[in-house]
Ligand binder design. Structure first.
Ligand SMILES: [Zn+2]
Length: 299
């Protein structure tokens, strides 16, 4: 079983989904989010409480980061300080989303920017003398495809044979997706399916308040104090924390499991129970770095 097939929840048919995109405006974003499935994103390792929220597993549409647009209410975070999510306890610290392309080029999107591909555990978030623990979970993200191999292209709003290299992609530029010719698309959508192609990961940090406060004050407050009020503090802190070398030990998730600082949700069990300690069962030890056939890393 491929990891990215394991945990998939869809709430719309292809037709319903494209109709949502067709009428999408920033002002109706809340309506779009409310149509998404509300899924388990993590579970507290201290008290087993659930963290749930709306996640778009249908396509990459809700994962795009559009340059020069108004900031989206929850982009690129999952977490909006409780606006759309539920966290069942007081141990939640923060969550970092990742989107792994499984070595595909996301050529159905235009100007798709993906900041974090491969999950890592930030060492300063989980010091040995603190209760803070990370929990990883994965979710499938699909592409809308027909049986003839074509896929819905958000750039042309038609089903196309998508390019599989980055060549020529720089010619694509962002445009609004209006209008979509629904009459023309309708017969194609009837034959289309959401096919798992990508994998989203959430690494959620949990801990006792005294420990969270100590880490926040020591490591985050000094950086936040220097930021523009418009900036999203966690985004910028994560960007500065991102290890740039594949060999950085923060990417070595197996070692974090051995050290007791990383647990995971068991996606082979419908109840999604927490698992810890048993490195042999840990399913996320070898997540690939995204690159194209020429070895270029997609960013
Ligand atoms: Zn808890």
């Amino acid at each position: 079983m491929l990891i990215h097939d394991a945990y998939l929840q869809l709430s719309m048919s292809p037709k319903e989904y494209i109709e949502q995109i067709d009428t999408y405006e920033y002002s109706t974003r809340e309506q779009f989010i409310n149509k998404l499935p509300k899924v388990v994103i993590s579970r507290c390792p201290l008290c087993d409480a659930l963290y749930t929220g709306p996640i778009d597993m249908h396509t990459l549409w809700d994962w795009r980061y559009v340059l020069d647009s108004p900031p989206l209410p929850r982009d690129p975070h999952f977490y909006t300080e409780g606006k759309f999510e539920s966290v069942g306890c007081d141990h939640f610290f923060t969550v970092q989303p990742f989107l792994n392309m499984n070595q595909r080029i996301p050529s159905e999107m235009d100007e798709f920017v993906n900041g974090f591909h491969v999950p890592f555990v930030s060492d300063w978030m989980v010091p040995d003398n603190r209760s803070v623990i990370a929990v990883i979970h994965s979710m499938a993200v699909c592409r809308l495809e027909k049986s003839d191999g074509t896929a819905f292209d958000f750039y042309t709003a038609e089903f196309e044979n998508l390019p599989q290299t980055l060549d020529g992609m720089e010619e694509r530029s962002y445009r609004e997706l209006h209008p979509i010719d629904m009459d023309m698309l309708h017969p194609h959508l009837a034959d289309a399916k959401f096919v798992p192609r990508y994998t989203a990961y959430a690494i959620t940090y949990w801990g006792e308040k005294t420990d969270r406060d100590a880490i926040y004050n020591a490591k985050m407050q000094p950086q936040i104090a220097n930021m523009d009020r418009e900036d999203s503090p966690f985004d910028l802190i994560w960007l500065s924390a991102m290890p740039v070398k594949k060999s950085d030990p923060q990417y070595d998730l197996r070692t974090w499991v051995e050290r007791g600082k990383l647990q995971w949700l068991d996606i082979t069990d419908d109840g999604l129970p927490l698992k810890s300690g048993t490195v042999e069962e840990f399913p996320y030890a070898d997540i690939p770095f995204d690159q194209d056939t020429a070895g270029r890393v997609w960013y």
